[in-house]
Ligand binder design. Structure first.
Ligand code: GDP
Length: 295
């Protein structure tokens, strides 16, 4: 995860690390290198520029130049700024009602159905919840099959209605079943498309309006870089989601999405997917991710 970015940041810092004295010019040059490393990692231009300008200003303002170990101070500053760029603190899910309704949105292939299973498994094994999964993709029978297989694998019930072509009705039926059976979290896996599509957006808006979910999690493939951020923006404008799930961080993703999404849509990353298995899910901690990136 982010090896390339870590290497590049490390190289950019080499000049400063361990030096007894550094100059304003050193700092400016290092920030230029850092900005390049961020852009190479697919961080969007505005974010990268704002970030390095900020670090530079703080570095100069915090007397980094006159401190005993300027390299160390700058590393700490970078760590703090990266953490804040990714949202600062860990953003937990909210469970304000019984059942709590969580709507899952995103494009096809992003990892929605896999995440739906992973989230249910996490809530059951680590948060002591009783989830129900709802298969709300009326276009792909295979998507229902996939969710049922996952449900069996993790021992969590799945509500599906293969006869119905009405996603709003299916979502409502799922919630009614959860109430009847005492399940306290309902996770609704919705239909995606290969690209942003008006019909898909209208459909998911209708489901949102009907069931008033407490959480709307937008799932996006981190490997798609700046596209991930652009897609997030469109979904957020329509759905005003409550959190982001970044999938496939186990691959050789360059990291740009993790670093840009919060500042572009101002919604926290809540989870990261780190593999295909049901256990491959982590709660997102901005501070840990920052330390990881800085190595
Ligand atoms: P959906 O169309 O959005 O429901 O996407 P799926 O859940 O079917 O996932 C698409 C593909 O991505 C599947 O092959 C998943 O196994 C894979 N996948 C999902 N999440 C992850 C992840 O975090 N890491 C990796 N390596 N693969 C993932």
């Amino acid at each position: 995860m982010f090896e390339n970015l870590s290497d590049k940041l490390d190289r950019a810092f080499k000049v400063l690390k361990g030096q007894g004295t550094i100059t304003e010019i050193n700092v400016a040059e290092t920030m230029k290198e850092i900005r390049k490393a961020l852009l190479d990692a697919d961080v969007n231009y505005k974010t990268a520029k704002a970030f390095t300008d900020d670090v530079r200003q703080k570095a100069l303002g915090n007397n980094v130049l006159t401190s005993i170990s300027p390299g160390q101070l700058l590393t700490k500053l970078m760590n703090d700024e990266l953490t804040s760029l990714m949202g600062g603190t860990t953003a937990d899910l909210n469970f304000p009602a019984t059942p709590t309704v969580i709507l899952i949105a995103g494009l096809n292939g992003a990892g929605k159905t896999t995440f739906t299973g992973k989230l249910a498994n996490y809530l059951k094994t680590q948060r002591n919840k009783k989830p129900l999964l709802v298969a709300d993709d009326i276009y792909r029978p295979a998507a229902i099959d996939q969710l049922e297989v996952l449900g069996q694998q993790i021992g969590i019930p799945v509500y599906a209605n293969r006869e119905s072509k009405d996603p709003v009705a299916i979502a409502r039926e799922g919630i009614a079943q959860a109430k009847q059976n005492g399940q306290n979290v309902v996770i609704i896996d919705t239909a995606g498309r290969l690209a942003i599509d008006e019909a898909m957006m209208v459909e998911i808006e209708q489901v949102k309006d009907a069931v008033k979910p407490h959480e709307i999690l937008f799932v996006v493939d981190s490997m798609t870089g700046q596209d991930a951020v652009n897609t997030a923006k469109v979904f957020n404008d329509r759905l005003d989601f409550t959190g982001v799930v970044l999938t496939k961080l186990d691959g050789d993703t360059r990291g740009g999405a993790a670093l840009s999404i919060k500042s572009v849509v101002n919604k926290p990353i809540k989870f990261i997917g780190t593999g295909e298995k049901m256990e491959a899910l982590d709660v997102f901690h901005p501070d840990r991710m920052a330390s990881r990136i800085l190595g």
